[in-house]
Design a protein around this ligand. Structure first.
Ligand code: PLP
Length: 427
């Protein structure tokens, strides 16, 4: 990975003065460059479209940026549909990939004209009864086993997602009989994969499957959706996936398996590979503890970025202004939650820090703030967008105590605590 930051300690200090820490900051240039590189790698495919996975970074300013460079959106819930629609997406701009879907969710997708991606055979009837079967419909495939899967997705036979082959064929026949005329097939068989074979192997699987589905059910397969799952370098020694090479190898598979009479558009739903490397969680050092280990305490916690606590995920950490300094020791970098897994790093070589120093936690732009939570009543942090001219704009304010109490009937909370404790400053 590239540990060079697109901002300086001076810039981050100014942002702290204005908005406080912790905050996420996203690099606009990095995100648009990533989308453009990905699109260029698939420009050979007529109809190619990246449907950015909204769950990765569900912030309107980021979604508008992605829409401005041609992305559609992959949504998994009604709020995600609303976010996509609020950024101007309609109809085939939206893929709705949900599971255990309820009637009101199908109705919301139908209202926007989204492409519905069915997770299960039993959902065919649910869709028909909720909103009717649209002309275009997609189904999610789970082959049960697949070369290139990894630990994050686990054994595909244990995965709750998608339908096995025989059910997929039944679903297509049923949907055809219920009036669907244009079909897509979707599969996401890995997560966080740095293996450049993953996408080409998946493409082969889906191109062949599309041919068989067309032959056996007589339906028109218009697209295959290779979904997300492309990893990013979290560790210094990790190499980024080469988009150009992946696109070229999918192209080879296409030329081999897809006949010119039945062209297939390729859709993708990357999240992590688009925004992940270009988002940073910036926090202040608030204390040091010297017990059985050396601890560096931050004002950010797992409630802001849960990947290390949840998956043991590695995120590179820079001490701003000391990025190039040699390490002075091994430190556990922790937050203030009452959970012993509230650790951004364990036994990490770092330079010495002082209270007030700023740190940047890298590769946090996808599945970062969006997986945040409010344990211990911790309000989640805000988000900034760094523009190419070096200026930054707040694109989401951080939560306040009022936000946390908005669903409760709590009287006199600020007279109990005094005004300071209820203010933004304390949030
Ligand atoms: C259906 C679907 N598509 C796309 C994605 C995005 O995956 P990634 O961010 O790994 O590219 C996800 C992530 O969970 C997903 O569930």
């Amino acid at each position: 990975m590239n540990a060079t930051l697109p901002f300086s300690r001076g810039q981050a200090a100014l942002w702290r003065e204005r908005w406080g820490t912790p905050f996420y900051v996203y690099d606009e240039q990095g995100i648009t460059d990533a989308v453009r590189e990905w699109q260029a790698a698939f420009a050979w495919n007529p109809g190619f479209r990246e449907y950015f996975a909204v769950k990765a970074t569900p912030t309107p300013a980021i979604l508008r940026l992605l829409a401005s460079v041609g992305c559609g959106f992959d949504c998994a819930s009604v709020p995600e549909l609303v976010l996509a629609a609020s950024c101007g997406a309609r109809g085939s701009d939206i893929m709705f990939t949900s599971n255990e879907t309820q009637p009101h969710e199908y109705r919301a997708a139908a209202e926007l004209g989204a492409i519905v991606n069915l997770d299960d055979l039993t959902q065919v009837t649910n869709l028909a009864e909720s909103s009717g079967v649209p002309e275009t419909v997609c189904c999610r495939y789970n082959p049960g086993a697949f070369h290139g899967t990894n630990a994050f997705m686990g054994d595909l036979a244990d995965s709750k997602f998608g339908m096995p082959r025989d059910q997929l064929f039944q679903a297509f026949s049923l949907l055809r009989d219920l009036g669907a005329t244009r079909f897509g097939v979707h599969a996401m068989l890995a997560s966080c994969s740095l293996d450049e074979d993953y996408y080409p192997a998946l493409a082969r699987e889906l191109f062949s499957l599309a041919n068989e589905l067309r032959r056996e059910t007589g339906v028109d397969i218009a697209f295959v959706d290779l979904a997300g799952g492309i990893g990013i370098p979290y560790r210094l020694e990790d190499r980024p996936v080469d988009f150009v090479s992946v696109g070229a190898r999918v192209h080879m598979a296409y030329d081999e398996l897809v006949s010119p009479e039945h062209p297939l558009a390729i859709y993708t739903e990357l999240g992590r590979a688009i925004t992940g490397p270009h988002g940073y969680l910036v926090a202040s050092v608030v204390g040091h503890k010297h017990t059985f280990r050396e601890y560096v305490g931050l004002d950010a916690s797992a409630a802001d970025l849960m990947r290390p606590a949840m998956y043991g995920a590695h995120h590179h950490i820079s001490v701003l202004g000391s990025e190039l300094d040699p390490p002075d020791g091994l430190f556990d970098v922790v937050g203030p939650l009452c959970e012993n897994n509230d650790k951004f790093a364990v036994q990490r070589p770092l330079p010495e820090t002082e209270v007030g120093d700023l740190v940047a936690i890298h590769s946090a732009g996808a599945h970062g703030r969006s997986m945040g939570y409010n344990y211990n009543g911790r309000p989640r942090c805000g988000e900034l967008l760094l523009h190419p001219d070096g200026s930054a704009e707040q694109i989401r304010r951080r939560e306040t105590i009022e936000d946390l109490f908005a669903t409760l009937d709590v009287d006199d909370r600020f007279s109990i605590l005094g005004t300071q404790a209820g203010s933004d400053e304390d949030a």
